[in-house]
Design a protein around this ligand. Structure first.
Ligand SMILES: Cc1cc2nc3c(=O)[nH]c(=O)nc-3n(C[C@H](O)[C@H](O)[C@H](O)COP(=O)(O)OP(=O)(O)OC[C@H]3O[C@@H](n4cnc5c(N)ncnc54)[C@H](O)[C@@H]3O)c2cc1C
Length: 362
């Protein structure tokens, strides 16, 4: 497909190649399914091989201290601040981590909605901007040149918290290619990332430049979370099992090709800390369940432990067994199976109204 020697199905769109290229020879282009893929400009390319070297998919395995038996450690946890917790997808632990970094003059990177209602990675250094990163946005975030920005911050001695999907955090680590004591990496357990084109089709009917979107509205509880969309022409709230976009996401018909065979879903991770929803907490540890959101927190390194210790007093937590915890959250280690109607679905995307498309295929 390109001189990276990476097949379309393998490419995770992490943008490590786009960030590393010194010759500006790579553009991230939207393909017909709505996913960004690298395109090499042959006229600018000098065949230096940097893009293939940095690719976390081709690299296959980054250095993890496999001998450190102490990790991973797992906790059920939630933020004691009710307001922050309710505005977050699960237990609101990201918010505590981000505030801690910013209070110590650090920088946080994470996924935010932009002015076109799409998701992109941004750099923040102010407490009032933490809310932009709060909450899961169920589509692939556009990385842009944030790995370069993070590298600059790190080299200037700033403390950085970089957050993202496991492919994005591995890409950052591969891009940096050295250890920074002032870098904290936080990933998530990731189901997979839906296509931005599908999202655009879904919100088209609202014809609104700037919507207020919450994929994890807890009005009816954490377990029965809703999608809520507010704007000039819309005031919409629907439980995830009834919302057409969430149906498509959770029926595995709109994920990126590589998400069905993801090499970043694993037990031992390069991130310092992994955040997730603690599905099944009501059975495993009922005293940590009140249907307002409980996180599963996985500490993967001593740095992860260090940053968690800074916020632990602001949380309610209980140590748990990781194997038990991931019984209800297989996306930690396993990819979901591709919906067999996926190709037909994408062929008809945009040709018939979105709700009809969902009725036909889901
Ligand atoms: C696409 C996607 C799939 C997920 N799949 C699962 C799953 O299968 N099982 C599970 O337990 N948890 C999953 N999660 C994670 C979960 O929904 C919560 O984000 C996590 O529990 C953290 O919750 P919180 O309350 O601490 O923080 P929140 O405030 O809810 O989370 C904010 C954090 O999520 C990051 N984030 C939000 N959207 C994106 C995005 N599009 N790309 C990269 N980073 C993003 C932000 O940068 C920030 O670090 C998924 C999240 C996303 C974005």
């Amino acid at each position: 497909m390109n001189s990276l020697n990476l097949s379309y199905a393998q490419c995770c769109g992490c943008s490590a190649c786009y960030n590393i290229c010194k010759f500006d020879a790579i553009d991230m282009i939207e393909d017909e399914k709505g996913f960004l893929i690298p395109k090499i400009n042959k006229e600018k390319c000098v065949d230096c091989g940097a893009c293939a070297n940095v690719c976390p998919v081709l690299k296959n395995k980054l250095n993890i201290d496999e001998n450190n038996e102490k990790y991973p450690l797992a906790y059920a946890m939630y933020n004691k601040n009710e307001d922050e917790r309710l505005k977050s997808s699960s237990g609101g632990i990201f918010t505590l981590l981000a505030k801690n970094i910013i209070n110590n003059k650090g920088i946080v990177y994470g996924a935010s909605f932009n002015n076109e209602n799409l998701v992109e990675h941004i750099r923040i250094d102010k407490l009032e901007d933490v809310s932009k990163l709060q909450g899961s946005k169920y589509m692939q975030s556009i990385i842009g040149k944030t790995y370069q920005l993070a590298e600059k911050d790190l080299k200037e001695g700033r403390t950085v918290l970089f957050t993202g999907t496991p492919c994005q955090t591995e890409a950052l680590k591969s891009y940096l290619n050295c250890e920074y004591d002032n870098l904290y990496i936080q990933d998530i357990i990731c189901h997979g990332v839906p296509s931005a084109l599908v999202w655009k089709e879904y919100i088209k009917k609202y014809n609104d430049k700037k919507l207020n979107i919450n994929f994890r509205n807890k009005e009816f509880g954490w377990k029965k979370y809703c999608v809520s969309i507010k704007g000039e022409n819309v005031d919409y709230t629907k439980c995830y099992v009834e919302d057409t976009y969430m149906k498509a996401f959770l029926k595995n018909i709109v994920l990126r090709d590589c998400c069905y065979n993801c090499q970043f879903k694993k037990y031992r991770r390069i991130s310092d800390i992994t955040l997730a929803d603690f599905w099944g907490i009501d059975k495993i540890c009922p005293e940590m369940f009140d249907d307002r959101g409980t996180s599963l927190i996985i500490v993967n390194s001593s740095k992860g432990e260090r940053i968690l210790n800074c916020i632990i007093e602001q949380t309610k937590f209980k140590k748990v067994n990781l194997e038990d915890a991931i019984k209800m959250n297989r996306c930690m280690v396993e990819s979901v199976a591709m919906n067999e109607k996926r190709e037909e679905f994408f062929k008809e995307l945009g040709k018939i109204p979105f709700d009809e498309l969902i009725d036909k295929y889901i």
